[in-house]
Design a binder for this molecule. Structure first.
Ligand SMILES: Cc1ncc(COP(=O)(O)O)c(C=O)c1O
Length: 396
């Protein structure tokens, strides 16, 4: 396959001024990342700072209710509360090897911002985070966490005031700061080399999960399910199972409220191919090619595009992609919390909701692994407003 492409998807469609820093990152990915000293340092950070390996947890009560064996890969237990830390530490370390002094990053739910702020603090780098104004409001606790970790948080007021606009702003800022600054991109999307680089750092999820499931159950899971925003936790959860034909893989996108005329965040299910943030992939656009606003109850999935490898995996049929509505997500959040004592992130609750809603399609006795990408602490405000009937779900 052509470098930077997944079939017809991917590429590097950026203004000329962004080519040099992207080439510098590509060179670092090819030459520094495989280097044993780099790998040893990253492993030490992942294990002794971030808390890897994360366990896989069997859900006894839910398994009984559902009639199949439900397991969770516990990325919610990782330092700062989500899988984002795998990539943030990897890129922060790479940036230091590249001689950069400063990280900039976009964030949606705030989890990538918090992870980047923590990684920067740990590795002695300055950190500036860009976040859409709507996300600053709905994920306020994460804004404070980033600031406490020493980062400066810039509110982005343009466009839909969410993740898409935060990425636009960070790319713009990178153009004028490339000598000193690395853009720590938060998901497996964007221009080459980011989809490949982020996958390399997130693949640890399925590398561990495969070994752990073999040790604990004696076989591979029959189905692996993950939510899809830009696609980093899903590609990390799928990567080491792609060659295992017996393992079905399923990505879950956000349908939003699901009401006619309302926005969604499901480019793989409801979009068409085009270019967004430097990559050719599935996206939400109108007939003139203008990007449509997205919506999800979870800020981390509220993005009109998706990483190019997911578009490819959908096209080849290796991975299936479905979608679930906000209200089912909240129900799944409640169900896991009450039955297993785990508060999942609303993003991860999409994957759970799909499993709960499709119980009848899953073979009794089979083994299902859900990637629990993050913990729900950041979502308490949203859950509270939903429970107290103040909406929070509807958004057109
Ligand atoms: C907990 C959690 N899960 C999933 C996502 C979605 O991102 P991705 O598709 O890159 O995994 C986010 C994004 O912020 C998140 O915070």
């Amino acid at each position: 396959m052509k470098k930077g492409y997944f079939g017809e998807f991917g590429g590097c469609f950026v203004p000329e001024l962004l080519i040099p820093p992207l080439q510098e990152v590509e060179k670092a990915m090819d030459n520094i990342l495989p280097f044993s000293k780099f790998q040893a340092e990253l492993k030490d950070l992942l294990n002794n700072y971030a808390g890897r390996p994360t366990p896989v947890t069997f859900c006894p009560t839910l398994s009984k209710e559902l009639g199949f064996n439900l397991w969770l890969k516990r990325e919610d237990l990782l330092h700062t509360g989500a899988h984002k830390m795998n990539n943030a530490l990897g890129q922060a370390l790479l940036a230091r090897y590249m001689g950069k002094k400063r990280l900039i990053a976009e964030t949606g739910a705030g989890q990538h911002g918090v992870a980047t702020a923590a990684a920067a603090a740990r590795l002695g780098l300055e950190c500036v985070i860009y976040m859409g104004a709507e996300d600053v409001e709905r994920q306020a606790s994460n804004v404070l966490r980033m600031e406490l970790l020493g980062a400066t948080v810039h509110t982005v007021d343009s466009g839909s005031r969410t993740l898409k606009d935060a990425i636009n702003e960070t790319l713009r800022v990178w153009i004028t700061n490339q000598e000193t600054t690395h853009y720590c991109f938060g998901t497996a999307a964007g221009p080459h080399p980011f989809p490949t680089l982020v996958k390399k750092f997130q693949a640890v999820i399925s590398q561990e999960a495969k070994e752990q499931m073999l040790t604990q159950t004696g076989h591979l899971p029959d189905l692996v399910v993950a939510c899809v925003g830009g696609g980093s936790n899903a590609i990390g959860a799928f990567a080491n199972f792609l060659e295992d034909e017996s393992v079905k893989l399923l990505g879950v996108e956000a349908a939003g409220t699901g009401e006619p005329g309302c926005f969604n965040s499901a480019p793989l299910n409801l979009g068409s191919p085009g270019v967004l943030h430097g990559s050719y992939s599935m996206l939400l656009q109108n007939l003139d090619g203008q990007i449509e606003p997205s919506h999800s109850i979870s800020a981390g999935l509220d993005y009109p595009g998706v990483g190019p490898e997911h578009s490819y995996l959908q096209k080849t049929g290796r991975v299936k992609y479905s979608l679930v509505k906000d209200q089912n997500v909240v129900a799944a959040f409640m169900r896991l919390s009450k039955t297993e004592g785990i508060l999942p992130a609303l993003e991860s609750s999409h994957a759970l909701a799909w499993v709960f809603d499709h119980q009848s399609e899953i073979k009794p006795g089979s083994t299902v692994l859900v990637n629990l990408s993050g913990r729900g602490d950041k979502d308490m405000g949203i859950i509270e407003s939903v429970l107290h009937g103040q909406g929070g779900v509807a958004h057109a």
